[in-house]
Design a binder for this molecule. Sequence first.
Ligand code: COA
Length: 258
Amino acid sequence: MEFKNILVEQKDNIAVITINRPTKLNALNKSTIEELHEAFKNLDTNTKVKVIIITGSGEKAFVAGADISEFANYTVEKGQELARNGQKILFDFVQNLSTPVVAAVNGFALGGGLELAMAAHFRVASENAKMGLPEVSLGVIPGYGGTQRLPQLVGKGKAMELIMTAGMISAEDAKDWGLVNYVVEQEELLPFCKKIAGKIIRNSSVAIAAAIKSINANYNNAVNGFDVEIEQFGKSFGTHDFKEGTTAFLEKRKPNFE
Ligand code: COA
């Protein structure tokens, strides 16, 4: 698939996906969502890629939401289909990826943009970033998992307030709320995310994938997270990485995970 709305770079085991519709503040239209699905899928199966960073192009926006011009005339059925398909191919897909995904929030992250950042495994923001779920100001509600992931990250009361007021919070407030892990200067955002990625790639990708599965199980009512942890913990003992990690420790050397 040829990408028209996103850029993908890959270097030193780290991939960077940049949503590239700056004149529309990187709003997520249908084809951008499809391209993102394809890019995440390909990078996840590429054994050279150990961390994926997702960001927006330009200095103004990460993503200013779903593309309003595309769904303004939708029916009830088409609205449901939009949310169901988007959740399946992008938002749940990213959350359940085996490869760690870090959102580098470089400006406005609104509506679907904040929902995409929240589907990533964790978030870092630049000082100018502003975050919110303004859907009720348009007469609609968040449809890409926002009503579920926001309370998971910041608690029910703050989520209720942010969604009901359709407001925006600053990067610093987002950090205080636990929505982002760090706030850094804009020019430091990607280097900082790559520095964290550098710490991740030293570890076992196989074990990290199992940890993601186990942590995500805490938010899935259909499974018991403790049981998933037991299963994933046990499976680790059968992996080459476990043998290498424990042997390296006992031999007082650094592990060499393939
Ligand atoms: N969908 C479609 N187009 C969007 C968009 C969105 N979610 N967000 C921004 N754009 C477009 C604007 O229509 C404009 O396009 P144009 O130049 O062809 O008119 C361009 O991006 C620049 O946006 P603009 O509104 O002029 O920038 P601003 O600096 O004045 O305001 C925002 C920035 C983010 C406050 C404002 O764009 C906004 O409120 N966007 C919508 C946010 C939203 O409600 N998202 C949830 C969607 S469910």
